[in-house]
Ligand binder design. Structure first.
Ligand SMILES: NC(=O)c1ccc[n+]([C@@H]2O[C@H](COP(=O)([O-])OP(=O)(O)OC[C@H]3O[C@@H](n4cnc5c(N)ncnc54)[C@H](O)[C@@H]3O)[C@@H](O)[C@H]2O)c1
Length: 424
């Protein structure tokens, strides 16, 4: 697969799906040097028009709007002169939009997860390989400060050999799922018919980067277990009525799905999906190696051999300055107050743009997108088979053994430090 392209500047972008998250990306992108929003597509004209206004208010020409229905993104991909098609549509559209983009010679960027089924994962890989286009999955949580600090610690050997990690998506979405707009319009439909870890990448993306997945390591197999499905019915009984449609409906998704992944290098990853229980937000982040352990929730804590006194936790803050990721050092110096989710939303777009503008492969590629997203389908297979172990497909077809380390600045970006420094 051709992984290098000439520098592109400015980057001409067509954006598909400008609801909540898409609008957020547009607001970030128009603030970045070298980003031009040329075309916008949404099935809701009002959403496309609203995003168009944001682009114009930022001083860019009015983008062309594509609002002729669910497959109008195909016309955008075919007719517009673009470098990148970026989608933040509902999950079931991500692969279709990305494939249409790549087939028409554009790079693709997609919100998470990149695919719902294993067939879609393979379709993304095969299309990216055939067309030589990038397929970037915009996993913003890979750019969060603590996850990047842990990446830096792992790269510097501070935790020793990495043995185990924990992560997940633990977010009480009960109220959101029953709203009458936004994500509720499509997300509840998945919860009704699918049982598995429906949203694995927020926690797993950073862990996969720490463990060099697809770059000297790979996910080998997983096994999933699920609880009863009670949370949404109980919530609906309390907030609507016992006889309401919401309360009487059945929901396939287990309230809590716990998955164990084993990597080729015999590390273990525990990943949880928990979205319909009363609980505080968490991504359950934990990394453990032969020389220490660090966790993010509910408090940021660490224990390092030879440094922490006694068998206790100490605040991670103690080591913040020593292990701050270079990207975050720069962010804190020059990119204050730049978007939601504590800057990681801005950074995911910023890094994508910077890589394209510098002719460097983006940090997250199609093999990452496929392997991280595949957990949804594989966990469903495991649950359906009575929690049987399921083997991961090797989307790299053996190339994981020789692929260069992760392309994130300060961590051996795209092979060499010099190359990565050039991005900045
Ligand atoms: N990374 C994050 O932190 C984060 C946060 C929120 C949402 N997301 C992801 O972003 C995506 C969108 O979520 P959202 O919250 O913005 O949902 P949303 O429902 O607010 O927005 C989806 C938009 O896509 C449009 N749309 C639907 N089908 C379309 C089609 N075929 N062609 C063009 N437009 C279409 C809808 O009209 C809507 O404007 C999801 O994949 C979600 O998981 C990620």
């Amino acid at each position: 697969m051709n992984t290098r392209h000439e520098a592109i500047d400015p980057v001409r972008i067509g954006f598909v799906g400008v609801g909540g998250m898409g609008t957020h990306h547009i607001k970030n992108l128009v603030r970045m040097a070298g980003a031009r929003i040329v075309a916008l597509c949404d099935i809701r004209e009002a959403h496309a028009a609203r995003a168009g206004e944001i682009v114009e208010q930022a001083g860019q020409p009015a983008p062309t709007l594509y609002t002729r229905g669910e497959t109008d993104f195909e016309r955008l991909c075919a007719e517009e002169e673009l470098d990148l098609v970026y989608t933040a549509t509902p999950w079931e559209w991500h692969t279709r939009v990305s494939v249409a983009a790549m087939e028409n010679g554009k790079h693709a960027a997609t919100e998470v997860p990149a695919a719902v089924t294993l067939e879609e994962c393979w379709q993304l890989v095969e299309t990216a390989e055939k067309t030589g286009r990038y397929c970037f999955m915009a996993e913003n949580c890979c750019y969060d400060r603590t996850e990047m600090l842990i990446l830096n610690m792992v790269r510097q050997g501070a935790l020793g050999e990495l043995l185990h990690a924990e992560c997940g998506y633990l977010h009480d979405l009960r109220s959101l799922l029953f709203e009458r707009d936004g994500e509720a319009l499509w997300r509840l439909a998945h919860v009704e018919v699918r049982n598995g870890d429906l949203y694995p990448t927020h926690g797993l993306g950073p862990v996969a980067q720490w463990m060099d997945i697809n770059r000297g390591n790979r996910f080998a197999r997983l096994v999933s277990m699920g609880t009863q499905s009670l949370g949404l019915n109980l919530y609906a009984e309390q907030h609507f009525a016992a006889e309401s449609a919401q309360a009487r409906r059945s929901y396939a998704q287990s309230d809590i799905v716990t998955t164990l992944i084993q990597t080729e290098l015999n590390q273990t990853i525990m990943i949880k999906h928990d979205t319909v229980s009363p609980r505080p937000y968490s991504r359950g982040i934990l990394a453990q190696g032969t020389r220490g352990i660090v966790r993010k929730y509910p408090e940021e804590l660490i224990h390092l051999e030879g440094r922490t006194k006694g068998d206790v936790w100490e605040p991670l803050e103690t080591y913040q300055a020593e292990f701050e990721h270079p990207l975050w050092k720069q962010t804190l110096e020059s990119l204050t107050d730049v978007g939601g989710h504590g800057n990681m939303d801005y950074l995911v777009d910023y890094r994508l743009l910077q890589c394209l503008r510098a002719g460097v492969e983006p940090d997250i590629d199609v093999y990452d997108a496929a392997a991280w997203s595949a957990v949804s389908a594989l966990s469903a297979q495991s649950l359906a088979g009575g929690s049987r172990p399921v083997e991961f497909p090797d989307f790299t077809r053996g190339r994981w053994r020789a692929r260069a380390p992760l392309g994130i600045i300060g961590a051996g970006a795209s092979g060499t430090e010099e190359e990565s420094t050039a991005v900045w």
